[in-house]
Design a protein around this ligand. Structure first.
Ligand SMILES: [Zn+2]
Length: 664
């Protein structure tokens, strides 16, 4: 389906609306001509006519609005902003959110702040980042008290008390020292009481600074030795505000039964259990005992090893994870669940897929989860075998939207009924497609700092698009790509600040712009075999590790034999995308198009698409140097973007994300 017409009709109707108040014939006639240009894929003529109108009717704010709109749809964002500002200067009272969003970063930042932060306004002086505190550094940075040891096993027990919305428990932390030390840092939210920290039968002294616990040993621990400490604690965990993004505990109820869960990415696992709460830390395996009132069940990561009654009508569910796991992926679900399962068979053997759902949703869930195997199959083909075969896959109905908890994925999206962000093909729900992708990206290949959280979200989002391509073809990939591009905000660089537990989720560019970056990378490489091998090789070279953005950049540069540093600098470290600056002449169809990328490093090279006469597309490669393209028999042209494109015409690996600037 072509999206060109739809956009131009939308623009026309707005222009028509804008011109409605005008009584003069002439004004009305000109608007009709502009509409003609737009519906003939010639926004340039339309803009030139509007320029002339602006000279005559310079006090008519509607002209600026209409011209701004056309420029916006051409991705000339600076041009659009100038026109919209003029529109407002001339007296139009700005009401609509989307117009405010185009003009003002602050407007968007304020919206995001409401969603992602509890309090506080963010200002441009700080790059719209919060004022980091000691608390953030204690959580986000690696001091010697953390780098001196490496956890290899956690044995955690947590008792869930829904009546009082509180928990109590203990964690046996097994670690290997990497340097001799008499002090280590463990993390636990300061709203918990610590009853004891024990080592070799004796209680240890400790000091708490915010959410960090500095534990003292009487004698220095030797380097390269294994030790174990046990921390016992209790208290009320933080309630989630907007899980999973503003996380914590969700004390839900359904049909008068408790339904409890926790999502704590970015907030940190130390919001509910004591651990070395830094993304660079993954234990090799973990045991999770969850104790719940006996009429409920507790589902957690890995495999259920045993279930036994304990005191006061409570039951202990002992789960075991046989692989490295991120602390934010450790979770539990308490509720009244029914279970069904299936076997996934591949060429190496088989593993279990378990589903835990609320009883009244059983029928719906069985229908809904028919997609799971198909999704896993695609990801195994693209990236490699499912990484947690021993633990199997599980999907658990959660009292919040969703979260990629390793081998116990939270799925709370009312089984696709909402269709909130669904694909054109209704057989697949983005929630399952997205969260499953995280088992490879995020859970297995993990960022070592929140600054690099795009490694998890960009790859998971891009995996959705690759899944679409595998199942529904390249055209559907292009539609998913365009849809994704339209959600980019460009307020913050994709890579955030290191060592401060930066909330890089805010605004969502780590998802959408990150995925667009991967699409653009594929377009630059312009060799799908090489690109898909590159992604698969990168995954397999880094699985079960924690990595940084540089690890990816260096890997791509080496594998492709290209120096893409300026490309990555632009898309990961700069807040705005590259701008294609261009001018053109067209004399009786003899078309000369001069173009270059601006606001980029001197080594920046990226293709873009050029559509001529409304039906023919070219793949053109731009650099930071001006180049001129000469074509014959050209009547009209556009630069396809997320608002204006025709997926049946686009040339492979030409549809990239960028802004434009037409030098008239
Ligand atoms: Zn995600």
């Amino acid at each position: 389906m072509s999206h060109l017409k739809f956009i131009f009709i939308a623009i026309f109707s707005l222009i028509f609306w804008a011109g409605f108040a005008q009584e003069t014939h002439n004004y009305y006639d000109q608007i009709e001509k502009i509409d003609y240009d737009l519906s003939n894929n010639d926004p340039y003529k339309a803009i030139q006519k509007m320029d002339k109108m602006a000279e005559v009717y310079f006090n008519e704010e509607d002209i600026y609005f209409a011209r701004g709109l056309v420029k916006y749809y051409m991705m000339d964002i600076y041009g659009a902003r100038d026109d919209f500002k003029k529109y407002i200067e001339l007296g139009f009272k700005i009401e609509t959110g989307w117009l405010k969003a185009i003009i003002s970063d602050q407007f968007l930042v304020d919206l995001f702040t409401e969603h992602y932060y509890d309090t506080g306004k963010l200002y441009p002086e700080n790059g719209y980042k919060k004022q980091y505190t000691i608390r953030d550094s204690l959580q986000g940075a690696l001091r010697p008290e953390r780098t001196c040891f490496d956890v290899y096993y956690y044995d955690l027990t947590v008792k869930i008390m829904p009546k009082t919305k509180s928990i109590s428990g203990n964690n046996n932390i097994y670690f290997n020292t990497l340097a001799s030390t008499n002090k280590i840092q463990i993390d636990l939210s300061d709203n918990f009481i610590i009853s004891s920290i024990k080592f070799e039968g004796k209680e240890l002294n400790y000091e708490r600074y915010y959410d960090a616990i500095f534990i003292d040993f009487d004698k220095p621990l030797l380097s390269n030795h294994r030790y174990k400490i046990t921390i016992s604690y209790s208290g009320k965990p933080r309630n989630a505000i907007r899980p999973p993004w503003n996380g914590g505990f969700v004390w839900g109820k359904k049909r008068s039964k408790h339904w409890v869960g926790v999502a704590c990415e970015h907030l940190g696992a130390s919001s509910w259990w004591p651990c070395k709460d830094h993304l660079s830390e993954k234990p090799d395996s973990m045991t999770i005992n969850v104790q719940v009132p006996s009429k409920y069940q507790a589902i957690s990561n890995g495999n259920l090893q045993s279930t036994y009654a304990i005191e006061n009508k409570y039951t202990n569910y002992k789960w075991h994870v046989s692989y490295p796991i991120n602390s934010y992926c450790v979770t539990f679900y308490m509720g009244d669940f029914v279970n069904f399962n299936e076997k996934y068979i591949n060429s190496n053997g088989s593993y279990n897929i378990d589903y835990y759902v609320l009883p009244h949703n059983l029928k719906l869930a069985k229908e809904y989860y028919k997609q799971t195997k198909e999704i896993v199959e695609v990801y195994e083909k693209l990236f490699g075998e499912y990484p947690y075969k021993e633990d199997g896959i599980a999907m658990v109905e959660s009292p919040y939207e969703g979260m990629e908890h390793q081998s116990a994925i939270a799925i709370g999206g009312d089984y696709g009924k909402s269709k909130r962000r669904n694909y054109e093909n209704k057989d697949y729900d983005y929630l399952v497609v997205h969260e499953l992708a995280h088992e490879w990206w995020g859970n297995t290949v993990t960022m070592s700092d929140m600054a690099d959280a795009w490694i998890s979200e960009a790859f998971a989002t891009y995996s959705e698009h690759l899944f679409m391509e595998e199942k529904l073809g390249y055209k559907e990939y292009l539609n998913a790509t365009a849809d994704n591009m339209s959600m980019i905000f460009n307020i913050w660089p994709v890579v955030g600040n290191s060592d401060v537990n930066d909330n890089t989720f805010v605004g969502g560019d780590i998802y959408h712009k990150g995925a667009a970056m991967l699409n653009n990378l594929r377009c630059i490489i312009d060799n799908d075999t090489l690109f898909f091998n590159l992604i698969k090789k990168f995954y397999n070279a880094h699985k079960f590790q924690t990595i940084t953005s540089d690890d990816f950049i260096n890997f791509v540069n080496e594998e492709t034999n290209m120096d893409l540093t300026d490309f990555f600098n632009k898309f990961l470290y700069d807040k705005e995308p590259p701008i294609l600056e261009y001018e053109f002449r067209n004399k009786y169809g003899n078309f000369e198009f001069t173009y270059s990328w601006i606001n980029v490093g001197s080594n920046f090279t990226m293709p873009f698409s050029l559509m001529i006469n409304g039906n023919e597309c070219l793949r053109v490669v731009g650099t930071s140097e001006k180049q001129t393209l000469k074509l014959k028999s050209v009547n009209t042209f556009i630069l396809p973007n997320e608002f204006m494109y025709d997926e049946s015409c686009l040339i492979k690996n030409s549809f990239t994300y960028f802004w434009t600037s037409w030098k008239q």
